[in-house]
Design a protein around this ligand. Structure first.
Ligand code: UDP
Length: 239
């Protein structure tokens, strides 16, 4: 498959589930492992921005099912992502990597506001930029934000790190023993087959703007480093 050469600038999506190691809250060992990999990649000269999810704290849709107002629940979800951002920032700085957190909801004591041109400058200086609070808007997801941020800061690859699955399969591998991992597929193919790995808005943005996406597993040895190095890992999705 046409794996991209070493990318210049990537946006890495880390779901909240990855941060929590499957539980509520943040697992410091997991975050440290992720930070080490991002540090390795950054030292090799790849510019890395990260979009952090918040599902390890709150998901708006789930709180809504339990009676909460959706808008307020979504804001809780967005605020949860910021806690993950700060955890990642801390472990990245322990690795000696300069880091800036930029949030879509302003909170000047803990983060810069989202300013795309400034984010690009940080990346050019070798800093890792961590985007928090999603789009700052209810009814959006951090997957969609990942595609949007990647487009706005001119990244050449979206990296979707997934908890518990190592790529896109022909069917749900948890229920279908015949499910096979796909090496390369188009966005249209993913939509047509109804394969659910990221939300449709994220796929549409990437497809319309010809931005490739690599879906790979968070678990396993050095998966982020391998994903950035053009190794045959996960599933590559292209327009
Ligand atoms: N969220 C939102 N707008 C955004 C991004 C996130 O309202 O732009 C809320 C939404 O409630 C979501 C929660 O934040 O359920 C956590 O984000 P997400 O579900 O994308 O995190 P992940 O599943 O990747 O951990």
């Amino acid at each position: 498959s046409p794996r991209p050469e070493r990318p210049r600038r990537v946006v890495l999506k880390l779901s909240g589930e990855v941060f929590g190691g499957g539980a509520v809250g943040v697992d410091p060992d997991v975050v440290q492992g992720i930070a080490r990999q991002i540090a390795t990649v950054t030292r090799r000269g790849v510019q890395v921005a990260v979009v952090v999810g918040g599902g390890n704290f709150f998901r708006g849709a789930e709180l809504q099912k339990r009676g909460m107002d959706r808008n307020r629940a979504d804001y809780m979800g967005m605020l949860g992502t910021v806690m993950n951002c700060l955890a990642l920032q801390d472990f990245l700085e322990k690795e000696g990597i300069e880091t800036r957190v930029q949030t879509a909801i302003t909170m000047a004591q803990v983060a810069e506001p989202y300013i795309p041109l400034r984010a690009i400058r940080h990346l050019e200086k070798g800093r890792v930029v961590i985007f928090g609070a999603g789009a700052g808007m209810p009814y959006f997801s951090t997957d969609t934000v990942t595609a949007q941020r990647a487009l706005e800061i001119h990244a050449d690859l979206v990296l979707m790190s997934k908890n518990g699955v190592d790529g896109v399969y022909t069917a749900d591998p948890r229920t279908d023993p015949d499910a096979r991992k796909i090496d390369h597929i188009t966005f249209a193919g993913v939509l047509q087959k109804g394969l659910r790995v990221a939300d449709q808005a994220a796929f549409s943005l990437c497809e319309e703007n010809n931005l490739p996406m690599l879906v790979f597993g968070a678990q396993g040895d050095e998966t982020i480093v391998r994903a950035v190095s053009g190794e045959k890992i996960g599933t590559l999705i292209t327009a």
